[in-house]
Design a protein around this ligand. Structure first.
Ligand code: SF4
Ligand code: SF4
Length: 72
């Protein structure tokens, strides 16, 4: 049986234009939420992200922001 998908009240988004590719977010993330997309930019997979905020706090460039999820 399919597990009901958890809906979070907010998402973390990564602005690749501000990202310095330092890898801090990737090293901090324990849940496989950070990946490298087809354009070789760091990105956040909202399906595996647990909204722990570790990447958000670790990013030295302010490239990760917290936004409300209008669907929640
Ligand atoms: S909020 Fe947490 S789980 Fe989500 S991408 Fe950032 S470090 Fe990973
Ligand atoms: S921590 Fe910030 S600057 Fe570093 S790779 Fe992640 S998003 Fe980019």
């Amino acid at each position: 049986m399919a597990e009901k998908k958890k809906t979070f009240k907010f998402n973390f988004i990564l602005d690749s234009a501000s990202c310095m590719a330092c890898a801090a977010c990737e090293l901090e993330c324990r849940d496989g939420g950070i990946y490298i997309d087809d354009n070789a930019n760091y990105a956040i997979n909202a399906d595996s992200c647990t909204r722990c905020g570790r990447c958000f706090r670790a990013c030295p460039a302010g490239a990760i922001t917290r936004v409300n999820n209008p669907a929640a």
